[in-house]
Design a protein around this ligand. Structure first.
Ligand code: DX5
Ligand code: ZN
Length: 221
């Protein structure tokens, strides 16, 4: 298995939106590697969050990687606006459109890293033929739409994604999103993930606890 650094990506979905800029600064200072930004459209997923203008408004608060998870369909018309807003990684859902290859080409042409997210029911095989365009595979371990749901134990799927990524010989992130806690983080990493998204388990107990919450997910005591 390719040894890649473990990265923690707090999902701002669980932060205090009335203090968005301060919350992003707080998780940056607390040791977040990526800032995970969940964009939902109330159509592809049954919830609405925010769009590119909000992302742009917090871009100046941190130099950390903006890991933008787009749960929107259609996605192609908006890719440029998320690139302009300051996304570093743009992740789209394999289920969100008929032309995954074209969407990934668009992200790469915008000069951004391209991720593909797979819902729990979607097999890893659907990305076999687009791997040359993929920088990150996001394995959803909840049905997307809400924070605070229970983890679905898709460890075999995480292993398959890691194997597919390693076959390319490139450093491809395997990111796991949904229900990640201090109790399952170790097993998720052992299965081959190197990026852990965490909303509830980072933002619980207030800002004074963010650093400890991140540390423990990374494998600290
Ligand atoms: C769910 C989102 C997740 C979510 C994770 O649709 O993609 O990023 O915020 O939240 P927790 O860690 O609370 O499951
Ligand atoms: Zn997400």
């Amino acid at each position: 298995m390719t040894q890649m650094p473990i990265r923690i990506a707090p999902s701002i979905l669980s932060c205090d939106f009335s203090q968005l800029g301060a919350e992003v600064t707080a998780i940056d200072k607390a040791g977040a590697d990526y800032i995970h930004i969940d964009v939902m459209d109330g159509h592809f997923v049954p919830n609405l969050t925010f769009g590119a203008p909000v992302i742009k408004s917090v871009r100046a608060t941190t130099s950390k990687i903006f890991d933008v998870h787009l749960m929107i369909a259609p996605v192609d018309p908006l890719l440029g606006s998320f690139a302009d807003a300051g996304a570093d990684i743009i992740t789209i859902h394999a289920e969100a459109g008929s032309h995954l290859h074209r969407s990934l080409q668009t992200i790469k042409a915008l000069g951004k890293k391209a991720g593909v997210a797979l819902n729990p029911a979607t097999p890893v095989d659907v990305i076999t033929h687009v791997m040359d365009l993929v920088d990150l595979i996001l394995i959803m371990t909840v049905n997307p739409g809400f924070g605070g749901q229970n983890f679905i134990p898709l460890f075999d799927k995480i292993k398959m994604a890691r194997a597919l990524a390693d076959k390319t010989g490139r450093m491809i992130d395997i990111e796991v999103d949904g229900g990640v806690t201090r109790d399952n983080a170790k097993e998720i990493i052992a299965a081959g993930a190197n990026v852990l998204v965490a909303g509830t388990s980072v933002f619980k107990d207030g800002a004074a606890h963010y650093a400890a919450n991140i540390h423990v997910l990374r494998g600290g005591a």
